[in-house]
Design a protein around this ligand. Structure first.
Ligand SMILES: C[S@@+](CC[C@H](N)C(=O)[O-])C[C@H]1O[C@@H](n2cnc3c(N)ncnc32)[C@H](O)[C@@H]1O
Length: 229
């Protein structure tokens, strides 16, 4: 039996923080979240090797959004709407999830899936660079969620942090980057991405305006709550 106290080592320098058997067990507990649209979106991700947040993180962000009664969410990097599916459920019929993605084909797919799920009327999907869309959007958000290319993580944090309401959340996926943040000289997918994620994480943990924690599920999700006083 695998030692569940040690992270699983896949390749030299690549670590999975939570033992896959435990993640499978947690998946099993989420069977009640099954939905035909969700299953289709997950199948597409599997087929195309597209990096969606997956069921465990999806259920996590939905819970977080419900805990703070979030109604206004901004997503940096929405893909074809899988993470937005969970936020859209949480914000309710009066809420709004602004989605952004650099690939306009993802907007079409998101419309198809989220319409089928009855959630499209809560979504405002804007194809383009998330940074530009954010600059064109006014107001503060209950949640800013970051899942863009990892080299841009520090920039997105700096943009988002001042436009989160007190008590609101900054959430970013992949902040453990398959453990690369924890090893010396990791082999990276793109040069500089590990360093950018590490800079991002340090900036957030050292920001006195936020209380911050990393949930190590899947690839690591950082959650930073803006203090109220
Ligand atoms: C990891 S995927 C997002 C997955 C999505 N959050 C989910 O879990 O369903 C990253 C997406 O961000 C988009 N992207 C990357 N950098 C971006 C940027 N600066 N602005 C807008 N979209 C970006 C890519 O086209 C890709 O679809």
């Amino acid at each position: 039996m695998a030692d569940i106290k040690s992270p699983t080592v896949l390749n030299p320098g690549i670590l999975i923080p939570v033992n896959p058997a435990i993640e499978n067990y947690m998946h099993g507990l989420l069977r009640h979240t099954d939905h035909p649209v969700l299953t289709e979106m997950e199948a597409l991700a599997q087929k195309n090797n597209f990096p969606i947040i997956g069921r465990l993180v999806g259920a996590f962000i939905e819970s977080l959004a419900k805990m703070i009664n979030a109604e206004q969410v901004f997503e940096f990097g929405s893909g074809y709407g899988y993470s937005a599916y969970w936020f859209a459920r949480a914000v309710g019929s009066k809420g709004r999830v602004i989605c952004t993605d650099a690939d306009f084909l993802n907007q079409e797919k998101a419309e198809q899936y989220l319409s089928a799920a009855g959630l499209w009327d809560r979504v405002d999907f804007r194809a383009g660079m998330a940074q530009d869309v954010f600059a064109q959007t006014k107001g503060v958000f209950d949640i800013c969620y970051n899942d863009v290319d990892k080299g841009d993580y520090p920039e997105i944090w700096k943009l988002a942090k001042d436009r989160i309401r007190p008590g609101g959340l900054y959430i970013a996926d992949n902040v453990l980057w398959r453990g690369r943040v924890a090893v010396e000289n990791p082999s990276d997918i793109f040069p500089g991405w590990t360093e950018a994620i590490m800079e991002h994480n340090e900036l957030i943990f050292n920001d006195p305006e936020f209380d911050t924690f990393i949930n190590p599920t899947r690839d690591g999700v950082i959650v930073a709550r803006k203090k109220t006083a």
